[in-house]
Design a protein around this ligand. Structure first.
Ligand SMILES: *[C@@H]1O[C@H](CO)[C@@H](O)[C@H](O)[C@H]1NC(C)=O
Ligand SMILES: *[C@@H]1O[C@H](CO)[C@@H](O)[C@H](O)[C@H]1NC(C)=O
Ligand SMILES: *[C@@H]1O[C@H](CO)[C@@H](O)[C@H](O)[C@H]1NC(C)=O
Ligand SMILES: *[C@@H]1O[C@H](CO)[C@@H](O)[C@H](O)[C@H]1NC(C)=O
Ligand SMILES: *[C@@H]1O[C@H](CO)[C@@H](O)[C@H](O)[C@H]1NC(C)=O
Length: 662
């Protein structure tokens, strides 16, 4: 009797509540939430943020890291610089050479410290994209001597601790390249041996293949803390789900930071768990602080690329992030699929998360449409989302909840206005139920937490282009810093000094273990600056080739068109100054020669080189003597200014001056 009645009730209940979304703990909990993060580097993506005016830089860092303010990121992943081109530039290695170590180079240290200052519980994650050549003992592989490579990486983790008091929580293998199991095991041993038992290994920052190896190799399975996959398209294979390990999307997003990027990010943040059981998602990249026209330009969570006046833009993905990060912490737990995690009846998804004490509940719902929420590297299977009314039903530990705070975003597609992260009046639950209307392209967070804040600062200075004239004597830097506006694409440039005279030195002397072989493989250092739209300019500087380990020459260029992995294919007007001749060419490799002629200089002393381009004319001046004044091809018509070396090898640069001839 009782049984029959129960049966009846169950049928009735299921029928009546068919549009109900239930949030309860009836069958336990889902996986632990491991945090939402972003990636600085991979590469050189934070380049222009560093010399922002202090006030604006601090504001930007607040939008990224400060809890209850903006994106409030929970993980900061950074590149372990390797002197190699890693997408938008190169980041310096902590060991250009086997005999030295330096933890003052680059800008990732500063970013990590600023992030920690704002949020002491943010997790830090380091990953190499490539390595200096010596690490592979000339073999070109970091797995040639796995102990040497592990030593190199663990030194970086040790430097973080000893010099910067930064604890590195996670370390990866080699970005988007094959892993080597004996290397992973060696890395674990070296970490343990040097007191870094707490630093966990994420592998392999590529696709899912390692799940297979982990299921066949218990030692490997035990030492890999989390499988970190790039651009999983929100899906994970059953084999990975059944391993009993956490699954992360350790690089994802990759979209312009307009509304489309905001929508892409909202969709994957939910769906990586709903579809793929992934408990952490990390965006490439943290901040669009690299020159326009470099690869993937504008794909940071926000934009800051005008250090000369401090202009920045707080972009939609900042508020998309806030919907999850401001109402969760690492260590919270997802609810179970079907009990607070799933797909909405008319499309879109929802995830419920609860704190370790289980007395707080956060629900994030997204209704992104297929058309408007594409990420660049996504699976492109279409799906439908319609406006809908849904009944939310709270059960178990949360059955007594009477109201939840609402945070609302409407992305402004199809003539709707943008509304970002707005607090609405709380949603009342009557007998554990409430109805909500969800239109398309919305994000709605419901939470029992009373925290949450849409941070704001007065408008930053307005947008302006790179101002000319520009000059830099490199005397006002700290040693080992990167020259601010010089966006290094091949090679590694840093400030050194003799007495009070600061200058820039190109440091790479040997072929690297590259990530973009097509760029680094030409073994010529290349550094772009200014504005891709520059046409008629003059660029001048002093240079010196050291007598030991010097490069085979230097160049100055205007109208250069390409960076990133395509650096070797750049066009431009190149004035190459070699010890016995000059070459005027339209390429970095001196293959498309316009003119060449005599020149003579020796190593060890400073010389001056100047290039002016105006319309179809160029003037080349070496040590105050004009070596060419004549016509040049009219293509390319515009591009960055650039400098560099004719081969790997040391070269010094000083007193850079750029003028407009427009
Ligand atoms: C991994 O590295 C070890 C040590 O250098 C080497 O013996 C082995 O062949 C490598 N494995 C693969 C699959 O490359
Ligand atoms: C290092 O950081 C920890 C927090 O992670 C802090 O407690 C400690 O005071 C710091 N030490 C120094 C020397 O700054
Ligand atoms: C955002 O930028 C991408 C890439 O330029 C473009 O395809 C997309 O249409 C833009 N979205 C909006 C809403 O402007
Ligand atoms: C949602 O409910 C409201 C009021 O109950 C109704 O006016 C509206 O048509 C419903 N919308 C949809 C898409 O069902
Ligand atoms: C410079 O060259 C010398 C001799 O070939 C070599 O021993 C040294 O390692 C080189 N230094 C650098 C920085 O490459």
């Amino acid at each position: 009797m009782a049984k029959a009645m129960f049966g009846f009730l169950t049928v009735f209940f299921i029928h009546w509540t068919c549009a109900d979304i239930v949030f309860d703990d009836a069958s336990g909990y889902g996986r632990r939430f491991d945090g939402i993060g972003s990636l600085s580097g991979g590469g050189a993506t934070s380049k222009l943020l560093i010399n922002y005016p202090e006030k604006q830089r601090s504001e930007i860092l607040d939008f990224l890291f400060k809890p209850n303010f903006g994106a409030s990121l929970q993980i900061l992943k950074v590149e372990i610089g390797g002197d190699i081109q890693s997408t938008d530039g190169t980041e310096a290695s902590h060991m250009h050479y086997s005999w030295e170590e330096n933890y003052e180079r680059g800008y990732e240290w500063l970013l990590m410290k600023e992030a920690k200052k704002r949020n002491p519980s943010i997790k830090l994650y380091g990953l190499p994209w490539g390595f200096p050549g010596w690490v592979g003992e000339g073999s070109g592989s970091p797995y040639h001597n796995v102990l040497k490579t592990a030593d190199y990486v663990v030194r970086w983790i040790n430097g973080a601790k000893k010099i910067h008091n930064l604890t590195i929580d996670y370390v990866g293998i080699w970005n988007e390249t094959p892993y080597n199991i004996s290397y992973i095991k060696t890395l674990r041993k070296v970490l343990d041996g040097r007191g870094f038992q707490h630093t966990q290994i994420i592998a392999s920052d590529n696709k899912w293949k390692i799940a297979e190896d982990m299921s066949n190799d218990k030692e490997l399975k035990d030492i890999v803390y989390s499988i970190g996959v790039h651009y999983p398209g929100t899906q994970s294979p059953k084999q990975a789900q059944q391993l009993g390990k956490t699954l992360w999307s350790s690089e994802d997003y990759c979209q312009k930071n307009n509304e489309t990027g905001g929508a892409c990010w909202a969709r994957i943040l939910n769906r990586n768990y709903v579809n793929g059981h992934m408990t952490s998602t990390i965006a490439w990249d943290l901040i669009a602080s690299y020159y326009t026209s470099l690869p993937g330009w504008g794909m940071g969570l926000m934009t800051a690329m005008e250090p000369w006046n401090g202009h920045y833009v707080v972009s939609p993905p900042i508020w998309t992030s806030a919907h999850t990060t401001q109402f969760t912490e690492i260590g919270w737990t997802y609810l179970k699929h079907g009990h607070g995690v799933g797909t909405l009846p008319q499309g879109g998804t929802y995830v419920g998360l609860t704190n370790p004490k289980r007395d707080q509940l956060t629900i994030v719902m997204e209704t992104m449409t297929f058309e408007h929420s594409k990420c660049v590297l996504d699976a492109k299977t279409p799906f439908k989302v319609n406006p809908q009314n849904v009944t939310l039903s709270l059960g178990g530990k949360w059955s007594g909840v009477q109201e939840m705070n609402i945070w609302f975003t409407q992305l402004g597609f199809d003539e709707k206005p943008n509304i970002f992260f707005e607090k609405r009046s709380p949603l009342k639950f009557i007998k554990g139920k409430a109805e909500v209307f969800l239109d398309v392209n919305q994000i709605i967070t419901l939470t029992t937490l009373d925290t949450g804040n849409k941070g704001a600062y007065p408008a930053p200075p307005p947008h302006i282009e790179f101002p000319l004239p520009y000059s830099d004597s490199f005397d006002s830097y700290n040693l080992y810093q990167e020259p601010y506006y010089l966006s290094q694409q091949i090679g590694s440039f840093e400030i050194l000094a003799e007495g009070k005279n600061g200058f820039v030195r190109q440091m790479v002397t040997q072929m690297t273990i590259p990530w973009c072989k097509q760029a680094d493989g030409i073994q010529k250092a290349y550094n772009v600056f200014g504005d891709i739209k520059w046409t008629d300019i003059s660029v001048e500087f002093d240079f010196r080739i050291p007598s030991k380990n010097g490069s085979s020459g230097v160049f100055v260029a205007a109208r250069t068109t390409k960076g990133g992995c395509s650096s070797a294919e750049t066009s431009g007007i190149f004035f190459h100054a070699l010890p016995h001749k000059f070459v005027l060419s339209t390429d970095i490799q001196r293959q498309h020669v316009v003119k060449s002629g005599d020149l003579s200089y020796g190593p060890g002393s400073w010389h001056n080189i100047a290039l002016s381009v105006k319309g179809s004319l160029a003037k080349l001046i070496f040590d105050q003597t004009t070596v060419y004044f004549g016509s040049i091809p009219t293509w390319p018509t515009a591009g960055w200014a650039a400098l560099g070396t004719d081969s790997y090898g040391l070269a010094d640069f000083d007193n850079l001056k750029i003028n407009s001839l427009m």
